[in-house]
Ligand binder design. Structure first.
Ligand code: ADE
Length: 226
């Protein structure tokens, strides 16, 4: 998989890809991530990427021309499955979207700033618009980092234990059950006895019940969706 991220603030984005599972995935060539600074696609001395909005109103708008130049230069090199625009008015990211995107070959992620991009960018180039939640960030970069993390950890081979992404919260529209490790007892709090018995069908059943109970208590909306 290849991810090309278009941004005005590459510095803000880079560190998540230089540590942890994302770095391992990149080092193992399971994913390529490239950053493109939008200012490199401007033609004036000031490297202008934004301007006042027509019709008046507060806030600057990202201009179409540098974005067109950047996207066109990428598309001249290879085909893309999706051009994703990070924006608070997009579809809210969830595990299903992350699963679908993890199966793609090449994607572009465009990070918005200021008031956002000229509508014609969305009309012409963007195939998917994603929000990471109902709040406004100062730019799309942190959203793009969240999206990339959610996608990349699902690529086969990225997580050590191949099955572990399948047992994450949300994979069956259920939250994950409680988990325990050593010690067996800590300050009077005991690990449920059943987990020591080695009766795996019984343990599996207990986990399913706990996952259901936790979902019902905390996120009943997930159960309604089914
Ligand atoms: N840009 C600004 N706010 C955002 C959000 N909530 N999700 C994605 N991109 C954004």
């Amino acid at each position: 998989m290849r991810i090309d991220i278009i941004t005005v603030l590459p510095e803000l984005l880079k560190s998540p890809f230089e540590a942890s599972i994302l770095k391992r995935a990149i080092d193992a060539n399971l994913v390529e991530v490239h950053f493109h600074n939008l200012r490199d696609f401007t033609t004036d001395n000031y490297k202008t990427i934004d301007d006042y909005q027509y019709g008046g109103g507060a806030g600057m708008v990202m201009m179409i021309e540098p974005i067109d130049k950047c996207i066109s230069s990428l598309k001249a090199e290879r085909d893309y499955d999706e051009v994703i625009y990070m924006t608070p008015d997009g579809e809210t990211l969830n595990q299903g979207i992350a699963n679908q995107l993890s199966l793609k070959g090449n994607i572009i992620i465009l990070c918005g700033h200021y008031k956002g991009v000229d509508q014609r960018v969305r009309d012409l180039f963007v195939t998917k618009e994603i929000s990471i939640g109902d709040y406004v960030l100062s730019g799309g970069e942190l959203g793009a980092a969240v999206l990339c993390d959610a996608i990349i950890r699902l690529i086969p081979g990225v997580l050590g234990n191949e099955t572990s992404a399948l047992t994450d919260s949300f994979q069956d529209n259920l939250l994950a059950p409680p988990i325990y490790t050593r010690p067996r007892e800590y300050k009077g709090l005991k690990v449920p006895e059943l987990l020591f018995g080695g009766n795996f069908p019984e343990i599996e059943k207990w986990r399913e019940e706990q996952a259901y109970k936790r979902t019902k208590d905390r996120r009943p909306d997930l159960l309604d969706d089914q």
